[in-house]
Design a protein. Structure first.
Length: 322
């Protein structure tokens, strides 16, 4: 008998329930994976609280990795015993799950399943942001909020690999050391820091080329004020709370800004994009751009893992182990 973590109603972590379950048989175009690790991300929290609603009861978690233990009749390129990873589809908080075969990406020998389980979604998100949302070029300046987190660290290292200048924000001096260790050129410390004036000083009043904001709340308005004319801001989350309405006049014509609200789930739903981007993620892991200095919890501790992520206690990525 296996276990899974079900969301029985939207709300706090007390709405997560651990239940027993039997492994399911895959359809003709599916496979069954036995997880060795499952990533925990802010999207799981947004789904739990109802910001991104799911039909209930639901199994959260949109990335994982492990070993294939059954395949459907029409699956020819994935075999029982293959180590695979995936991202972009809920249902990962479980010992086993069914998965559309096209989502399964074979892992090379040098990448552990736990590493991949905690890396694929943030790797895909970083790839989306740095190649499609704003195709960055060497010499450009980026503002990355929450730069000590799993995604922030990946974005910092990837942007530095591309030759960019990175300004990272973080909430404490201890986390600032982590941001610097990941290669950030400048670090703005403190939740109440005047990021607009500091960015103004660091860029000599020009502003950054591209800003990535996963904090939301009132911070997004401050982020927009940090971007140069004809620059781009990406809003990718709202860890600090709902984003107030922003009028078109706040973007232009005087500022001439572009505001993006990209979805990694939509990005990963494009099959050709998914295949290309996941190979870029695997390459980035091999190059050390994506690392896994994170936090490990048992699957049955999913509620605590989400609480720690939500309260800012964690640094780096989070992986649940069945």
């Amino acid at each position: 008998m296996d276990r899974k973590v079900e969301l029985i109603a939207t709300g706090d972590v007390d709405k997560l329930r651990i239940t027993d379950c039997e492994p399911q048989q895959p359809a003709s175009d599916e496979l069954r994976i036995r997880h060795e690790g499952t990533g925990v991300n802010f999207i799981d929290i947004y789904q739990r609280t109802g910001l991104y609603p799911l039909p209930l009861p639901a199994v959260l978690g949109v990335e994982g990795a492990g070993v294939v233990e059954a395949v459907g009749a029409e699956v020819s390129d994935i075999h029982v015993g293959d180590r695979i990873a995936y991202a972009g589809i809920p249902g990962a908080y479980a010992a086993t799950r069914l998965l559309p075969a096209w989502r399964a990406i074979k892992l090379p020998d040098g990448i552990s399943t736990k590493m991949a389980a905690a890396s694929f979604l943030r790797g895909l998100t970083a790839h989306m942001l740095l190649t499609r949302t704003y195709p960055v070029k060497g010499g450009e300046t980026l503002l990355i909020h929450a730069a000590a987190g799993g995604l922030g660290a990946t974005l910092t290292r990837w942007a530095k690999h591309l030759g960019c200048t990175v300004i990272g924000t973080t909430g404490s001096p201890e986390k600032a050391d982590i941001v610097r260790a990941n290669g950030a050129d400048h670090v703005i410390v403190g939740r109440e820091a005047d990021i607009v004036s500091q960015i103004d000083q660091l860029t000599k009043a020009r502003g950054v080329d591209f800003a990535i904001d996963g904090i939301g709340g009132e911070v997004l308005r401050k982020t927009l004020a940090c971007v140069r004319r004809f620059g781009v801001a990406a809003s990718i989350g709202q860890a600090a709370g709902p984003i107030p309405p922003i009028s078109v006049e706040e973007l232009g014509p005087i500022r001439s800004l572009s505001l993006a609200r990209p979805s990694v789930m939509a990005y990963a739903a494009e099959q050709e994009t998914y295949r290309f981007a996941t190979q870029a993620v695997i390459a980035a892991i091999g190059q050390g751009i994506i690392q896994n200095a994170g936090n490990e919890y048992a699957l049955t501790e999913a509620a605590r893992a989400q609480s720690d992520l939500e309260s800012g206690k964690t640094v780096g990525s989070i992986v649940l182990v069945p």
